[in-house]
Design a protein around this ligand. Structure first.
Ligand code: NAD
Length: 438
């Protein structure tokens, strides 16, 4: 069914990308964008830059690039801002992160050196393994939120930026569930004034961004914006939200392979995943409370994809174990092992082994870019609140209350592309295909 296109405001002026947390992912992202802008690298891994989108029938031969189909902000129009509890500039932070080679970093050294983080809102009880000097002080959490709003306003003015988006690239905070303070906007704002212990720094950033009209995506598993009060504010302020936890390595693999097992009605007895990781993220995740946040987002995907209640003979009671071991020699170059005990016809057992030698931040950087550009697009298209079509990028997609998340990577991709078609008034693609044989 064809609908009139949505009225999308054009991407005029500059787009500010604000990053709470300027560590491995954020610096790899910024350095990469700058190298791409200068023609020194290609945007590998980014759908907004490389992917095409099929329109109409297969026989129509219409497959424009996504960037030619929807009005995205150009890479040249991007200005970067960040907050961190360490005062190092982006070059120093990138050297510390150890993701990109010195040769690559030298190419963009003056650019990275010009990016200085703003002072962070930070509470050691939420990230136990870190302590840094570059932190705001205030009379209450509301005061800290106001200081962040001032940072955003100043950044916009100084950089002559028309619109901003924010992507949380900060450390994983300890696991916390929602409490009454998260239930309504009124309770949350009172909680900010009372400096409630239940309000995490990431939620203060999310609040300040949404209040400032800045779309917010959460790349980590902590709540940040995933609770009713923030969603209420996002709807009031017409601001899009997305999260949680970038889907990069092992969970990305899971959401590719699990739909394949289910598609062929093959059973799963157990899935054991373990990782060694030696970057600062690995160090933070070595704290059991931060790991718990990660474990929860990592465990959910299989349960939702395999639907044991619908297929008890195949999936009821399967064992799922996820471990992350901090092992400094590997730095950002994680190694993830998976062992799958599966079974087939007549219950005969089989095994699948995966050994994924991946580079965490290399996989995450293009996700940050796509999220920033798509959230900006969504806002210009008048979309607000949770952007389910961006589930593709997350381990634990945010959804409306009562709705279970879609984890299957391929369904997520169809959802993403159909949303773009819908935005432009193009026919949605159902893959029915029967019309070719009439
Ligand atoms: N790289 C991946 O593949 C991947 C995948 C999924 C999720 N993530 C998440 O993305 C986040 C960033 O990962 P990374 O590898 O860049 O980690 P990192 O440790 O290199 O960087 C995180 C940065 O955030 C800063 N920080 C922490 N709390 C802050 C606060 N309250 N305000 C401002 N800055 C703060 C830290 O000082 C650090 O510089 C982590 O939460 C990680 O779990 C990463």
């Amino acid at each position: 069914m064809r609908k009139p296109p949505i009225d999308v405001r054009p991407a005029t002026g500059k787009l500010g990308i604000l990053l709470p947390g300027m560590g491995a992912v954020a610096t790899t992202f910024m350095a990469g964008v700058e190298m791409i802008r200068r023609g020194q690298a290609k945007p590998i891994g980014s759908l907004t830059q490389l992917s095409t989108i099929r329109l109409g029938k297969r026989t129509d031969n219409r497959s424009p690039k996504i960037s030619d189909f929807v009005p995205l902000a150009s890479l040249d129009s991007i200005e970067f801002g960040a907050w961190d509890l360490f005062p190092d500039n982006a070059y120093e932070a990138a050297v510390e992160a150890g993701v990109l080679s010195r040769e690559h970093l030298e190419l963009v050294k003056p650019f990275l050196e010009s990016i200085h983080p703003m002072k962070a809102v930070f509470e050691p009880s939420y990230v136990k393994r870190l302590m840094g000097p570059h932190v705001k002080t205030g009379t209450s959490k509301m005061d800290l939120a106001e200081q962040l709003m001032e940072d955003i306003a100043r950044f916009k003015l100084e950089r002559n930026v028309e619109r901003c988006v924010a992507v949380w690239c900060g450390s994983t905070e300890v696991y916390r569930e929602t409490t009454p303070v998260h239930a309504t906007l009124e309770a949350f704002e009172q909680g900010l004034r009372d400096s409630s212990d239940d309000i995490a720094p990431s939620a203060i950033y999310a609040y300040a961004c949404v209040r400032s009209g800045v779309p917010f995506a959460n790349g980590a598993p902590n709540l940040a914006a995933d609770f009713p009060a923030l969603q209420e504010l996002a709807r009031d302020k017409q601001v899009p939200l997305a999260g949680k936890d970038f889907k990069t390595g092992q969970t990305w693999m899971k959401t590719i392979i699990a739909p394949g097992l289910k598609a062929r009605m093959l059973g799963l007895q157990g899935w054991y995943s373990t990782n060694i990781l030696g970057n600062r993220d690995g160090e933070v995740l070595d704290d059991p409370e931060s790991f718990r946040a990660k474990e929860v987002t990592k465990l959910g995907a299989l349960e939702y994809i395999l639907q044991p209640k619908l297929y008890p003979d195949l999936y009821e009671g399967f064992h799922h174990v996820v471990r992350i071991n901090y092992y400094p020699p590997r730095g950002d170059n994680k190694e993830g092992w998976d062992n799958l005990d599966i079974f087939g016809w007549l219950g005969y057992p089989m095994q699948i082994k995966i050994d994924f030698l991946c580079r965490d931040s290399i996989l995450a950087a293009p996700i940050v870019l796509d999220l920033a550009l798509f959230l900006d697009l969504a806002q210009r298209a008048g979309m607000s609140g949770i952007q389910e079509w961006l589930s593709f990028y997350f381990k634990s997609p945010m959804t409306a209350p009562g709705l279970y998340p879609e984890h299957d990577l391929f369904i997520q991709l169809i959802k993403l592309k159909n949303t773009l078609r819908w935005m432009r008034g193009e026919e949605l693609i159902t893959h029915l295909g029967i019309e070719y044989y009439d």
